[in-house]
Design a protein around this ligand. Sequence first.
Ligand code: 5AD
Ligand code: SF4
Length: 455
Amino acid sequence: MPETIQSEKGKTFFIHTFGCQMNLADSGIITALLQQEGYVVTDDEAEAGIILLNTCAVRENAVDRVGHLLQHLYGQKKRDKRLIIGVVGCIPQHQREALFARYPAIDFLAGPDTYRTIPELIAQVQRGGKGAALAFNTAETYDGIEPVRQSAISAFVPVMRGCNNMCAYCVVPFTRGRERSQPFASVIREVQNLAASGYREITLLGQNVNSYHDADSDSNFAALLDAVSREAPEARIRFTTSHPKDISEALVRTIAFRPNICNHIHLPVQSGSTRMLGLMNRGHTIEEYREKIALIRSLIPDVTLSTDIIAGFCGELEEDHQASLALLSDVRFDAAYMFFYSTRPGTLAAKMFEDDVPDALKKRRLQEIIDLQNRISAELFHEAIGTVVEVLAESESRRSSAQLMGRTAGNRAVVFDREGYQPGDVLDVLVTGATSATLIGRPVRTGTYSSVNLR
Ligand code: 5AD
Ligand code: SF4
């Protein structure tokens, strides 16, 4: 290959992103950092001389998927000796240099606090050798980096990073370190820029977003959310993920009061049993969780709720599992992310408890949870048939360009006939059908109906 083409390829990078929305946001930060140094992003992996894997360590199967990709990339590296592979994010922070021995494809490693060193790591590899930057840095919030965004409609804004909660099952405190919040003024500046650029949806992100605290201005999350919603009055404001301990009345009132803050709260419960919540070190009982749900519903009657739940954590008995099913039946979440427990090395549970629920039993319990939740979601979604919902159109639907996909304020996915609408439009849709995960409908003109479903 002629030298010029190869050196262009050597400056071109592609990022595979795994895991949560924070990782998606981080890929935007990494892209900005590399572009500042003259690197060029591509969405065609074959064009790239540098391939980054921005990884997730939260469950075993997320880690396995990265392992499979690294094996595949090793074959590619044998054919193209100059290809550089970097693994960044939560897995390298967790497994550290041991990854080099396990996956010979890897050239360098960087953790969530060291993305600024990636250009230097690439240079180091180009000089011959491997590189790793895995220090924690609680001061790092990537303040001042304007992330490169995937969408012109919807933007993520990380407002805090890390987690201090030490839930027994969870690897995040070991991959993302201690909590630190973005300065209030920086968040506001970023939101003002997004509003000025016409963004229609802004999602504030944090592993424990509602524990946000800016020491300089002594602002909490309720104050931040209120200010953000005023700075971007034309945008829908969302936030995730919330911890029950930080659901305050002031926060719920802010969500209820500000019209552009979506009436949707993702509130992981993890288990319906107080005994399990104790073992999980969640810091609250199930009664306290139910009280938070009651508070939310009393102040925001049309709220939609979603949750995360784990089947088969250490020591889980049949009665604990039944308590999880009972919680789902009582609360009737709109949606849930449902997992079976997998041990994460280094966590409190891995050190203190035996992973004693047999795999087959974990999977049976998880299936019961999924079946119940799907039935509840389907019932709730069917109740919406015949109502009109306000939808922000996001993209073409996966099946057909004659249909668009969007979401209600309550975060329900809606697929509807396009009829000339474009992604970014906010429109009213008459719901004509539903599955357990999607509403189906067609646009209606304002004024042709009498009742609007705010969910
Ligand atoms: N096993 C299974 N699920 C887990 N989660 C976190 N750690 C584990 C684990 N070790 C789930 C929790 C969390 C979500 C992001 O992933 O439900 O809220
Ligand atoms: Fe995965 Fe958690 Fe890291 Fe997000 S913070 S990428 S969910 S391990």
